[in-house]
Design a protein around this ligand. Structure first.
Ligand code: URP
Ligand code: ZN
Ligand code: ZN
Ligand code: ZN
Length: 466
């Protein structure tokens, strides 16, 4: 049994902050004891990591990634090996990725494919949600079995007609199923039927640049779909988690529902907090780098997102990491924005960008950890194994230097993508050391991980329901 002692740091969880030492035994947290306490004085270990002047925080839980994800005739450019390595560099020690059901095929086939993509390749632990692309009697039956085996959440799309789209009847039926089997419905809430009309009209009028992607995917159509999803969930009696919320009008829908004590949750992503339609308007097709759905919004939406993160109208920050290289992939949409593969890179930078929000006064340190670690773990049935530092938890932990300065850039990032959405952005704070189940994956700024260390984690049910 290997033991590790982390000494001298400020331990931060969603619940508290204290100068404390952390003892790790056999891949798990054995004890956390206040600095200079008798308990801390009794700690002995094979190796000691000095965390003086550093934060000691739980490893990040990124509940929304797409590694090796098929979209628009291509695949996201990070596979499970490169994507989880980049996650580790950024202090994220668990990802929940989306297995995909292909139309006309069983959930089981999709899930098996995703297990095959990930098995033996991950640097950090991973779990799966299931994307439903074909809700029928067989799919509904299979959902029960998936919940039993630890795939406890199901994403549906009100967008992308003809690809991932589910109609309201299919959505209602799947929600009724999760109401019965304890699963959590996740929703991509945009009115895709209306958006497709606007896309066609924009292209016919010669408005083909990336910025039109943002213009046709209107905030009102996100708000409308969010409202509809909430009402369908009410009718079904099921909880609802709305992914990648970007419009202030959609936040209002969530806030109203939560004000009524409905089990409705929402996530946003760093791109909606830091980037805007200004980026989509970058010249020379540069805006293609920022094409994702829901789209980036005008800057005015950001204040509502930050506020909702503070007031708990939004509970989780995930990345929706879905990178496509500019060269050869984003370029598929030159002359037609609707052919630009949707998605942005980000799995490496979530912990840092949210720490920057602490520096900027948008979030407290504990809320940073709550949004990035504890609540995603609770939301998706991983807590307290993941998302906190407490006896018995997996020793997934980050030693974070809150004073270090860094500049985000494609030159230095580890994601397998040829641009950074945050090129040149200065960040205060940096991941120094990362442990996954007690094993170093990043050690004082050097990579120490290995493909295959990461294990599949079956999940329990959502832990935020009364
Ligand atoms: O643009 C995005 N978000 N791509 C990934 C697929 C999705 O809708 O989450
Ligand atoms: Zn099949
Ligand atoms: Zn989506
Ligand atoms: Zn996504």
């Amino acid at each position: 049994m290997t033991t590790t002692l982390i000494k001298g740091g400020l331990v931060i969880t969603a619940a508290e902050e204290m100068p404390a030492d952390v003892l790790i035994e056999d891949g798990r947290i054995a004890a956390v004891a206040a600095r200079n306490s008798a308990a801390a004085a009794s700690f002995t270990a094979d190796r000691t990591l000095d965390a003086t002047g550093r934060y000691v925080v739980p490893g990040g839980v990124d509940a929304h990634t797409h590694m090796d994800f098929p979209f628009g005739g291509t695949f996201s450019s990070d596979d499970f090996e490169t994507g989880t390595r980049a996650a580790a560099w950024g202090g994220t020690t668990t990802i929940v990725d989306f297995a995909v059901q292909t139309k006309g095929h069983a959930l089981r086939e999709g899930l098996d494919q995703w297990h095959a993509k990930a098995e033996g390749r991950c640097a950090v632990d991973y779990a799966f949600h299931m994307i439903l692309s074909d809700v029928n009697d067989g799919t509904l039956k299979e959902m029960d079995a998936l919940v039993e085996e630890g795939v406890t959440s199901f994403k549906m799309f009100m967008a992308y007609p003809g690809v991932f789209y589910s109609d309201d009847g299919q959505i209602l039926r799947a929600m009724q199923r999760t109401a019965a089997n304890g699963g959590l419905t996740m929703m991509h809430a945009e009115n895709g039927i209306a958006i497709d009309v606007l896309v066609e009209q924009a292209l016919a009028a010669g408005r083909t640049d990336p910025r039109h992607h943002g213009e046709v995917r209107k905030a009102l159509l996100e708000a409308e779909a969010t409202h509809r999803a909430i009402q369908l969930a009410r009718v079904a009696g099921s909880p609802l988690y709305v992914v990648h919320v970007s419009a202030s009008e959609a936040v209002e829908q969530l806030a109203t529902a939560r004000g009524m004590d409905l089990p409705v949750f929402g996530e946003t992503c760093p791109q909606y907090l830091y980037l805007s339609t200004d980026n989509l308007a970058e010249p020379d097709f540069g805006g293609a780098k920022y094409v994702c759905s829901t789209p980036l919004r005008p800057r005015e939406h950001q204040a509502a997102l930050w506020r909702a993160l503070r007031t708990d109208d939004l509970q989780v920050v995930s990345t929706d990491h879905c990178p496509f290289c500019f060269t050869g992939q984003k370029e598929l949409g030159r002359g037609d924005f609707s052919k630009i593969p949707n998605g942005m890179p980000g799995v490496e930078h979530r912990m840092d960008l949210l720490h920057q929000a602490v520096v900027d006064g948008q979030l407290t340190r504990r809320r940073w950890i709550d949004l990035a670690c504890a609540t995603p773990a609770r939301m998706f049935g991983l807590y307290p194994k993941k998302g906190t530092l407490a006896p018995g938890a997996d020793a997934d932990l980050v030693i974070y230097d809150p004073e270090a300065q860094q500049t985000l850039s494609a030159e230095t990032h580890h994601m397998n993508v040829d641009y950074s959405a945050y090129e040149g952005k200065r960040i205060t704070g940096r991941v120094e050391t990362v442990l996954s189940r007690g094993e170093p994956v990043v050690e004082r700024g050097s990579y120490a991980g290995r493909a295959g260390h990461g294990q599949y984690v079956p999940r329990g049910l959502c832990q935020l329901l009364g």
